[in-house]
Design a binder for this molecule. Structure first.
Ligand SMILES: NC(=O)c1ccc[n+]([C@@H]2O[C@H](COP(=O)([O-])OP(=O)(O)OC[C@H]3O[C@@H](n4cnc5c(N)ncnc54)[C@H](OP(=O)(O)O)[C@@H]3O)[C@@H](O)[C@H]2O)c1
Length: 267
């Protein structure tokens, strides 16, 4: 049974590494890792993150792939084969949200969200598992939203529920194979997330009070990597989010719906 994943000399694939939490995972792993494969759609943004890491221990490679497409996972897998790389760590971080009501959402953005947050995370894990050297680690980026049925962020919260559930099941299933699986559930974190989740009509469901839960990306990543290293299956980084996560998971569903209805009315 794994007691945690040793980060030193890891060969990591990081999705969504061109900004926000993904770029921060690359920054914090670069002094310890052997190789980092940075995956995202924007080549220039990936190269900018790579340039920041010059002189650190890790060899850094950029792989341009749109993970919301069927070809996305194969592109990553082919890239690893072409470079003779067997990863030991997969960080499924790429994800996006969509602020506003489900009824008024764009069908295309809703589908992309599901394709990226659920399908890509699942299928990339499926594709890479057989290629990964042991001991191995998988770190999935979920969200505090995974604990709540969130009106006006419904598909996102449901997709992150999937990520948390899937991760906790895999943590049990893969432990005998010496693979540590952790999932991190951040609260509101200042990245490009809100910019992407906002709609073109300006719809933005951010609420007052979220500031209390906000912690910097560097702390989210530090706590997530420590959880993986220590073999913790699921963590809520930061004191406020950690308390909120525990409370939300214990609240009776009926009471939770009453509170969420009130919150929705108060906007
Ligand atoms: N920030 C928060 O408040 C917060 C809270 C809880 C959980 N999270 C989760 O944290 C993770 C990272 O998000 P973030 O906050 O760092 O936001 P971010 O700054 O917007 O980063 C998202 C990353 O995903 C990549 N990405 C988006 N669509 C992609 C696609 N189709 N194919 C490949 N890569 C794609 C983006 O790169 P390209 O645009 O270059 O493709 C970018 O690197 C997400 O899973 C998010 O749900 C964020």
């Amino acid at each position: 049974m794994p007691t945690g994943f040793p980060l030193d000399q890891c060969r990591a694939v990081i999705t969504g590494a061109s900004s926000g939490l993904g770029a921060e995972f690359a920054r914090q792993l670069a002094p310890h890792a052997q190789t980092l494969v940075l995956v995202a759609r924007r080549a220039e943004a990936l190269e900018a993150v790579k340039a920041e890491l010059v002189g650190k221990q890790a060899q850094v490679l950029c792989c341009v792939a749109d993970l919301a497409t069927d070809a996305g996972c194969t592109t990553v897998s082919d890239f690893l084969s072409a470079n003779g790389l067997k990863p030991t760590l997969l960080i499924n971080n790429a994800g996006m949200g969509d602020y506003g009501s489900f009824a008024s959402s764009s069908a295309e953005k809703t589908r992309t969200q599901i394709d990226l947050n659920i399908t890509a995370l699942t299928m990339l894990t499926h594709e890479l598992l057989p290629q990964m050297d042991r001991p191995a680690g998988i770190l999935n980026v979920s969200s505090l939203a995974s604990t709540l049925p969130m009106p006006e962020l419904a598909v996102y919260a449901a997709s992150k529920s999937y990520v948390t559930s899937f991760s906790e099941a895999l943590a049990i299933e893969l432990a005998p194979e010496n693979i540590t699986v952790s999932c991190v559930c951040p609260g509101p974190t200042p990245t490009n997330f809100s910019k992407t989740a906002k709609r073109s009509d300006g719809t933005d469901t951010n609420r007052d009070g979220q500031g209390l839960l906000r912690i910097p990306p560097a702390q989210v990543v530090r706590e997530a990597l420590a959880a993986l290293k220590n073999g913790q299956a699921c963590i809520f980084p930061g004191m406020g989010v950690s308390i909120a996560g525990r409370v939300f998971r214990l609240l009776p569903r009926r009471l939770m719906r009453v509170l969420l209805r009130r919150r929705a009315r108060s906007k």
